[in-house]
Design a protein around this ligand. Structure first.
Ligand SMILES: Cc1cc2nc3c(=O)[nH]c(=O)nc-3n(C[C@H](O)[C@H](O)[C@H](O)COP(=O)(O)OP(=O)(O)OC[C@H]3O[C@@H](n4cnc5c(N)ncnc54)[C@H](O)[C@@H]3O)c2cc1C
Length: 438
């Protein structure tokens, strides 16, 4: 760890108890700071949070660790949890027009009939070279659609790539900087090995809380910050007229949420970066039998509202779930969309019917239970040229620092990038010179 935080850093408040807030608080406590972490809900973990199922805990949203997640693996080392990750080789499928294709090897590609033979060969050759083809290019200033259409051709773009990646960013995907995709391929690329913590993500969250509290930090649940003001210090208003004063604060809230809490003076100082955010609707099916054995399966042009399936069995097995096969179906969408606003029960019923149509071998009786979870702010839809527009970590002229998904670009939004960002924020508080990220 770095040197002790200088005494004049005093009391630091951390707003938000997702992985970014937890990692920030953990590192600050270890560096000797007095820390209060304020989490608005009754649970820590944010997007990585979980719900009780029988006598166990299950994540609301699918999560896995990649072997390239160096920041996260470093944190797990500090917590003594690195060995709790079980690594497994996983495979990918691809459903197109209702047909399920394996999509892992060169042979799989040769048999991938939704594309003609020439396009299959081109797809394979370009995909192998894609990372290399992007090197030295201004991908931050290049639309993804322009880059991929140019390399793969119109047919591959329209038949496969637009629906495939559009699943993540909706209609705006083509406009997102190609750098985002390039980085994503660097993280996930041809990697087939994925990890999952024994006991689920709750193990990591509990260990972080224990570490913060053991170091004298305070972790408060049900403590939603309603108003933030800055001056010599930071003033955080909680319900019931309670005020928490700190010398400095780190906010991990998505920028639109922070903007709503800021008093007039702070609002005027916040970076003028107004990004649309992508949310997610996600249904979790508890099945009595497996689907296909693929961990990740994009679902393209198959009449479903969801555009991807994640099957947990290849990653975590069935033991944690009393023999049930867990399948997450997801659709990334704007929080104002009709789907996001729709009632959970209606979504559960329709998506179940769609899953059964997609997998005729599955019987209604095989679907034991369905849960629907939504998140309004998963990540920003980054605009072209965002590298130069990324907001700084310090809100100029204030003792407030920001650590949000708007700051991790071009890294992929993940626990890994949040932990890396937490490290950067703590180093800034310690006054260490900052490497330029990205
Ligand atoms: C469907 C899905 C799948 C994903 N898959 C993966 C994966 O496989 N691997 C991976 O590494 N990452 C994955 N991610 C991404 C990962 O979950 C996020 O990048 C990460 O959790 C972001 O952490 P955070 O702390 O920045 O934000 P959040 O987790 O959003 O935490 C913010 C916290 O702030 C709290 N809060 C909000 N308002 C207030 C307030 N006023 N006062 C106090 N607290 C407040 C919230 O309750 C929340 O706990 C996935 C995300 C989703 C949605």
């Amino acid at each position: 760890m770095g040197a002790e935080v200088a005494p004049d850093h005093g009391h630091v408040a951390v707003v938000g108890g997702g992985i970014c807030g937890l990692a920030t608080a953990h590192r600050l406590v270890r560096a000797g700071a007095r820390v209060t972490l304020l989490e608005g809900s009754d649970q820590l973990g944010g997007l990585g949070t979980f719900f009780p199922w029988r006598d166990r805990w299950v994540e609301r949203f699918y999560h896995c660790v990649m072997p390239t997640d160096d920041h996260l693996l470093g944190l797990l080392d500090e917590l003594g949890l690195r060995d709790s990750i079980t690594w497994r080789r996983t495979r990918m499928g691809m459903v197109v027009d209702g047909r399920d294709f394996p999509f892992n090897t060169a042979l799989d590609l040769l048999r991938f009939t939704p594309l003609g033979v020439v396009d299959r060969l081109r797809f394979g050759a370009v995909s192998v070279l894609l990372r290399r083809l992007g090197r030295g290019k201004d991908l931050d200033g290049t639309r993804t659609e322009d880059w991929l259409r140019g390399l793969y051709g119109d047919r591959v773009w329209e038949l496969l790539l637009a629906p495939l990646f559009g699943a993540k960013f909706g209609a705006r995907f083509g406009d997102v900087p190609a750098l985002y995709l390039w980085q994503r391929l660097g993280r996930e690329g041809a990697v087939a090995v994925r990890g999952y913590p024994d006991g689920g993500y709750r193990t990591v969250i509990d260990a972080l809380r224990a570490s913060i509290e053991a170091g004298g930090g305070e972790v408060r649940l049900d403590a939603p910050v309603r108003r933030i003001g800055v001056g010599d210090g930071v003033r955080l208003e909680l319900p019931g007229g309670e005020v928490v004063s700190a010398d400095r604060a780190v906010s991990t809230l998505p920028l639109p949420q922070l903007r709503q809490l800021a008093d007039d003076d702070l609002a005027a100082r916040l970076p003028d970066v107004r990004l649309p955010y992508q949310g997610v609707v996600n249904a979790l099916f508890f099945l009595r039998r497996p689907l296909s054995g693929h961990y990740w399966t994009p679902v393209v042009r198959s009449g479903t509202d969801f555009d991807g399936l994640i099957q947990m069995t290849p990653l975590a097995g069935v033991e944690p779930y009393y023999g049930r096969h867990l399948v997450y179906a997801m659709r990334y969408t704007d929080r104002e969309s009709a789907l996001f606003q729709e009632d959970d029960t209606a979504i559960a019923a329709r998506w179940t019917a769609q899953l059964l149509t997609l997998h005729p071998a599955l019987d209604a009786a095989d679907v034991e239970e369905v849960r629907v979870f939504k998140a309004p702010f998963v990540e920003p839809v980054y605009p072209l040229g965002y590298l130069a527009r990324r907001p700084p970590v310090v809100v100029a002229g204030t003792p407030l620092l920001l650590a949000t998904t708007a700051h991790v670009y071009p890294d992929v939004t993940s626990w890994n990038s949040s932990v890396g960002l937490a490290q950067r924020v703590v180093a800034t508080l310690e006054g260490a010179p900052q490497p330029v990220p990205g």
